[in-house]
Design a protein. Structure first.
Length: 85
């Protein structure tokens, strides 16, 4: 989701930076600077989204169920590892 939103912000920022200043001028507003800021924010959000997606893909979870031979009770063990490549 954040990758798509970042790409959307980059597109909007590019439109604001390159198209809007030629269409109209508003006193006190630098449309080109606003567009570059939105474009940079979109690039940052996209980069963070890619990093988070790569990190979440390296997690593995293993569940094991066994019966304890001494007591006859069921034992469930869950292991989570973040170092799986």
């Amino acid at each position: 989701m954040s990758i798509g939103f970042g790409i959307f912000l980059m597109a909007v920022g590019a439109i604001i930076a390159f198209a809007v200043p030629g269409l109209w001028q508003v006193e006190g507003a630098n449309w080109e600077l606003i567009g570059w800021i939105v474009l940079g924010a979109g690039a940052l959000i996209t980069l963070l989204g890619i990093i988070m997606a790569a990190r979440s893909g390296r997690t593995s979870q293993v569940s094991r169920t066994a019966v304890d031979p001494d007591t006859g009770t069921r034992v469930e063990r869950t292991e989570r590892r973040d170092d799986v490549l």
